[in-house]
Each structure stands twice: as C-alpha cells, then as structure tokens.
Design a protein around this ligand. Structure first.
Ligand SMILES: [Zn+2]
Length: 82
C-alpha cells in the first residue's frame, strides 16, 4: 500500500489515480434509482422502467404490470391512503 498511499497523500497525481481506478469515479449527473411502491401488490418498482403508471388526484402511481394498473384504475380509492 506504500505507493498507493503516496498517490492519495500528495494529491498532485490526482488524474493518474482516477485513471487507475475508473470504477470508483463519481458520476455527478447520474441519479440514483428511485424505487416506488406498487400500491396494488406492494412490489417495489423503478419509476423510470415501470411497465404501467396511472395518475390519481394529481399523483402518479407506478405498477409492476398492466394488470396492477387495471386493478388500481377500477378502484383507486382502495389503494390510496386518505
Ligand atoms: Zn404489482
């Protein structure tokens, strides 16, 4: 770890360090996955890749499958709080 400590220690060779470890590079523009709960079955779905979504009372709900959306659309009150 001697040579590595030297790289991190001085800070002068920052570029070289990044080049050597691309896996740990930060990606500032990249968002973390936002998981939302399917109100029908309770499964967690990624809102960017959710196969179905529905709007109710100004809020968007995401579903794991079109079948869940259908169940929600038929009776949204059953699945929403309040
Ligand atoms: Zn579902």
């Amino acid at each position: 770890m001697g040579w590595l400590g030297k790289l991190f220690g001085t800070g002068a060779k920052k570029e070289e360090t990044m080049k050597m470890e691309p896996a740990v590079m930060k990606e500032p523009g990249k968002e973390v996955k936002k998981m939302v709960k399917d109100p029908v079955c309770g499964m967690e779905v990624d809102e960017k890749t959710a196969p179905a979504k529905s709007e109710h009372m100004g809020k968007t709900y995401y579903f794991c499958a079109p079948g869940c959306k259908k169940a929600f659309d038929e009776n949204p009150a059953k699945y929403t709080e309040g």
